[in-house]
Design a protein around this ligand. Structure first.
Ligand code: S3P
Length: 433
């Protein structure tokens, strides 16, 4: 298969088998890129994310004075600016990446220049007030246009605050910690749901002191960062598509080496286990606080059962919900998703697009403001899928297509490259046809 095609045909598979090592985690790569850009010294990262989103983070820190060298084998060297970014001569282009725009806003708010952050059409529709509001409480000067990008930041000295995130968001939490580390006093972020903790772990990796309780994280201001050498763990959110593909075929066997298994990211393993799949984890190691291991998945012999995902689980699984919904028709009892309104403000309205594409494949599905009901026991037929420019929709329906009757055409397949350019090639490699 060819990654540059905008349309991709997915033929049904008979089984899924193989062993994979995936490119670096997107969330961790962003944080290492941004902190490496600010740190003192040269950060050397192996297995950096190959996705376009993390390239946006690298491009931004380069425009802010860091020196970036990328090698063919996935290595990245970042010579950091040593605490003070340079004034960029053009707007900082965050591309499609909400993570870049939100976390960089926190990193730049206390820096002594004026910065403008812009993004593509999808990113320019996404909510930015959630990061502006707490940063303004810290004393930042930030302008948006009706709550959206462009984001204009006039750097100011900041003061630490105590903040409870109204919507669980690791991006907002991380932005506040990035600002707090450069502010006067201490910044504490409280969260009702424990979101991914890569920001806290990355700050510690770069030498910052971060305090944690079960539901809060604090950072004192005036801290400096020093460069690291690290291998980025394989991306579990990319693995999620393969986990779900494997779960569809009794007799499947997939093994991942060097996969990130941070507990704040691994909730999908609990859900697939609850649906009947067998997941084994071996050789767990701690790399700068991130757990990395070998993971094996086998499908349930008698097919998947069904489940409800709501409350805190929905927040922790937010990136995996599209693919879970896409395979739900193949379960016995279906999957109900609630408390996932955030899906509507991701790279696309993921609730609407999942419903539309499931219907195109012949499934019945009920859409709610904050979720979906996808009944089980529904065979799907191949169809034309609209990825809507959203990488996770393109990949989710490529997985659903593996057990459909007939071929599926994914329109907008190139969007997979936002997080996972190798997706179609690797999918082809593990599919038995
Ligand atoms: C991310 C946090 C989540 C997630 C996104 C990556 C991160 O977004 O959906 O893909 O790296 O912090 P929110 O912070 O908006 O929940």
């Amino acid at each position: 298969m060819n990654e540059t095609l905008t349309e991709q045909i997915i033929r049904p598979a008979r089984n899924i088998n193989g062993s994979l090592r995936l490119p670096g985690d997107k969330s961790i790569s962003h944080r290492y890129a941004l902190l490496g850009g600010l740190a003192e010294g040269t950060t050397r990262l192996a297995n950096f994310s190959t996705g376009a989103d993390c390239a946006s983070s690298l491009g931004c820190v380069e425009a802010l004075g860091a020196e970036i060298t990328r090698s063919e084998d996935g290595g990245v060297e970042i010579k950091g600016v040593g605490g003070r970014f340079a004034a960029p001569d053009a707007p900082l282009d965050c591309g499609n990446s909400g993570s870049t725009m939100r976390m960089l806003s926190g990193l730049l708010a206390p820096q002594a220049h004026t910065f403008t952050l812009v993004g593509d059409a999808s990113l320019s529709r996404r909510p930015m007030e959630r990061v502006r509001k707490p940063l303004m409480q810290m004393g930042a000067e930030i302008e948006l246009t009706e709550g959206h990008a462009p984001v204009t930041i006039r750097g100011k000295a900041l003061k630490g605050i105590d903040y409870t995130t109204p919507v669980p968001s690791a991006q907002v939490k991380t932005a506040l910690l990035f600002a707090g580390m450069q502010a006067e006093g201490t910044t504490t972020v409280h969260e009702s749901v424990r979101t991914r903790d890569h920001g806290e772990l990355a700050l510690r990796a770069f030498g910052a002191n971060v305090e944690r309780t079960l539901d809060s994280v604090s950072i004192a201001g005036g801290q400096t960062l020093r460069a690291i050498e690290a291998v980025v763990p394989g991306d579990i959110s990319s693995a999620a598509f393969f986990f779900c593909a494997a779960a569809l075929f009794p007799g499947s066997n997939l093994i991942f080496d060097g996969l990130g298994m941070n507990p704040t990211r691994a909730t999908l393993c609990d859900v697939l286990t609850a649906l009947g799949a067998h997941i084994g984890v071996l050789n767990l190691e701690d790399k700068f606080g991130e757990l990395v291991g070998t993971v094996q998945i086998n499908a349930p012999k008698d097919g998947m059962t069904g489940t409800t995902i709501s409350g805190g689980l929905a927040a922790q699984l937010i990136d995996e919900l599209p693919v879970l919904a896409a395979i739900a028709p193949y379960t016995a009892n279906g999957i109900r998703i609630r408390d996932a309104k955030e899906l509507r403000v991701k790279e696309s309205d993921r609730i609407a697009l999942v419903a539309k594409n499931l219907r195109a494949m012949g499934a019945e599905v009920e859409e709610f403001e904050d979720g979906l009901d996808v009944p089980g026991g529904q065979p799907l037929r191949g169809a034309v899928i609209d990825a809507g420019g959203d990488h996770r929709i393109a990949m989710a329906f490529s997985v659903a297509a593996l057990r459909a009757e007939g071929e599926t055409l994914i329109r907008g397949a190139e969007s997979a490259a936002i997080s996972f350019p190798e997706f179609f090639t690797l999918l082809d490699r593990v599919c038995e046809r």
